[in-house]
Structures are given as structure tokens and as C-alpha cells.
Design a protein around this ligand. Structure first.
Ligand SMILES: C[S@@+](CC[C@H](N)C(=O)[O-])C[C@H]1O[C@@H](n2cnc3c(N)ncnc32)[C@H](O)[C@@H]1O
Length: 266
């Protein structure tokens, strides 16, 4: 591809307000199969579509995760949830990625911890379609429905690691989200209800009966909401702690349901 074409793409992206115009131009050039496709991808990006939706994939923990239009784009901060889960997960564990979106969290966990039995679930059919592709290599199984409702009953009491990145934006903060999220990701992926904890709360309340004895629940939250997320965990009898990554500006609450005094979270 000529320098002139590259410069033209970068100029169109820059004019549309893309901060990393050159880098994005390079990515679009590598992802497009023809000049027509390149033109259409540039047009979409200039119109404000998230780069990941234009490209059809996101880089997450160094892996390529397919992301379909409207499906939540896995965020860099969520790599902390994956890392914290990987530190706890052992070969042969049953892992459930609840509110899985593209399936990014479970798919990468399976790459880092081969040999896990991976299940995932989401209420949105577009997310489920996308997740099925991303967890295929790990032989993951994806269910569609409200939280635990679509899961097979024989999974009850057998989940060793339950990872959840539920929507946690308070409804009245939705309007201040960047337009890429507000317009191009579905509201159900972001809106956590009045205080932002609706789906988190229901996930924690339901978790106890799906976890194996000594199993772990890990949930992404924001630093400002972590005290309330922690309180919800404790209210449901979880021995819990808040983990924070300054580098990724990421917060995860981790809990385990054991008799107090018989185990510790390090
Ligand atoms: C913040 S996104 C996270 C997606 C993915 N876990 C990730 O980190 O990239 C939240 C996801 O929760 C799903 N969701 C929202 N409410 C749900 C519910 N009641 N039951 C199951 N999934 C739900 C949305 O469809 C969306 O895919």
C-alpha cells in the first residue's frame, strides 16, 4: 500500500478527531482486504464507530478477541480481573464467566490455564453468538439468559471460579459515558441500575448455590463503588477483599464462601 494511501487514511481519521490516527490507519490497512473495504472501514471509524467494531476484534491480554457490532468491547482494565482469576484457577477447575459479553474473560483464562472446564452466559443473543466463537478453542459452552437462569442444574455447587464483569454504571451516569460506549454498545451491557449495583447484587446473591465449597467469586467494579460491592459480598457471607491495580486503574472484589476462621484470602 502506498504512502499516499496511508497518509490519506490517517488524514481522514485525524480530521474526524481520532487521537491515534497513524496507528489506527496502520491497523485498518492491515485488516482490510480491498481498497473498497479500507474505504468503508475508514468511513465507519471516522463516523465514530469503536475501532474494535470496525476491525471485528479487540486485543485483550495479548490475544485477539472477536467483537461483533453492539457487543461490549473488552476493556484494558478487565485484564486485571483475568489476572486475579488466573492466580486462583487450577487445571481441571470449573470456571463460569457470567455476563460474558464477547467471552473475552473466559477465553483468555482458558488460554492462561489450559484444562479448565469453561462455561459462560449472557442475556444478550449478540454477545452469546460472539462468545461462542471466542471460547470454541477452549471447548467452552455458552448459555443465553438472565444470569444463572439458563445454566444446567448439574452445574450447581461445582463452580470453582466464578468471574463476573456485570454492568455497573449508575443509570444517571450513562449520559456522561464516551459516545463510543453510549451509542455503539448496548445499554444492557453498561447500565447497572439506580446505584449501579443491580446486576452485581443479583449475581452475588445467586453465586452461593453455584460455587463449589471453597470456590471463588471475582467481580470487577469501580474504585468508587468498591466499598458497596464489598459490602454486598460480605452481606451474602463471603469472606472478601478488594484488589486494586494502579497500573490498569482496575478494581476487583474477590470472595470465597467458607466458614470464617477456616481460610484466609491472601
Ligand atoms: C460490562 S459488559 C462485560 C462483558 C465481558 N464480561 C467483558 O468483560 O468484556 C456486561 C455484560 O453483561 C451482560 N448482562 C447484562 N445484564 C445481564 C443479565 N441480567 N444476565 C446476563 N448477562 C447480563 C451484557 O449483555 C454484557 O454483555
Amino acid at each position: 500500500m502506498s504512502v499516499t494511501v496511508f497518509n490519506g487514511i490517517a488524514a481522514r481519521l485525524r480530521a474526524a478527531g481520532c487521537v491515534y490516527a497513524e496507528e489506527e490507519a496502520r491497523l485498518l490497512l492491515s485488516a482490510s482486504g480491498s481498497p473498497e473495504e479500507l474505504d468503508s472501514m475508514t468511513e465507519k471509524r471516522a463516523a465514530g464507530f469503536p475501532l474494535e467494531h470496525v476491525m471485528g476484534y479487540a486485543e485483550f491480554c495479548g490475544f485477539r478477541i472477536e467483537v461483533d457490532p453492539h457487543v461490549f468491547v473488552p476493556r484494558r482494565r478487565t485484564e486485571f480481573l483475568v489476572n486475579e482469576a488466573a492466580a486462583i484457577t487450577r487445571t481441571g477447575d470449573t470456571v463460569l464467566d457470567l455476563c460474558c459479553g464477547s467471552g473475552a474473560v473466559g477465553a483468555v483464562l482458558a488460554k492462561l490455564k489450559p484444562g479448565i472446564r469453561l462455561y459462560a452466559a449472557d442475556i444478550d443473543s449478540k454477545a452469546v453468538t460472539c462468545a461462542i466463537r471466542n471460547v470454541r478453542e477452549a471447548d467452552g459452552v455458552v448459555f443465553e439468559g438472565d444470569l444463572y437462569e439458563p445454566l444446567p442444574k448439574n452445574l450447581r455447587g461445582s463452580v470453582n471460579v466464578l468471574v463476573v464483569n456485570a454492568p455497573y454504571v449508575p443509570t444517571n451516569a450513562m449520559s456522561s459515558l464516551p459516545s463510543e460506549a453510549r451509542i455503539h454498545e448496548d445499554r444492557i451491557a453498561l447500565d447497572g441500575g439506580l446505584d449501579g449495583h443491580d446486576v452485581q447484587r443479583r449475581s452475588v446473591i445467586g453465586a452461593g448455590s453455584w460455587l463449589a465449597p471453597g470456590g471463588f467469586l471475582l467481580m470487577e467494579t469501580s474504585s468508587g463503588q468498591s466499598a458497596e460491592t464489598l459490602r454486598i459480598f460480605q452481606e451474602q457471607g463471603f469472606l472478601s477483599k478488594v484488589a486494586f491495580s494502579p497500573d490498569l486503574e482496575a478494581t476487583v472484589v474477590i470472595g470465597t464462601k467458607v466458614k470464617a476462621g477456616s481460610a484466609r484470602l491472601s
